[in-house]
Design a protein around this ligand. Sequence first.
Ligand code: ZN
Length: 160
Amino acid sequence: MKIENDRVVRFHYSVAEAGKDTLESSKEGGQPIAILFGRGQIIPGLEKAMEGREVGDSFKAAVNAGEAYGERREGLTQRVPKKHFGGQKLVPGMQVVLQTNFGPRAVVIEKVGMSVVDVDLNHPMAGKDLEFDIEIVDVREASEEELAHGHVHGEGGHHH
Ligand code: ZN
């Protein structure tokens, strides 16, 4: 079965900045990612690269910053009270996940003060050209319930 919009796709990925070491890989956790394809649940460049592929396909996809996490934007530094970081040791350049009103968000530590921390709200991979290694594990039709909810149920998806 080919990858098309509104099908459920499970895949392994690893991603690196072009020409560099792997930044993250789904194989570390052992579980493939599950998405409802064509709903913007992954970056646009990857969606394009995956369309039409089949179970068992392994391939590399080069995705430039504009089709990945976008270009870096200036002026996205924000000052956050240190207590929001829950006592972990903070070092400039470090990537942490901050709980915000809009849900968890990956940020990069810029400067650590006595009681406040400056963080860069750009996505840590913004402005970077990325290289993905993709392995398609499973492709199936989505259920009506999944289509209505807009996400995958069961293995690798939501349980509710
Ligand atoms: Zn649901």
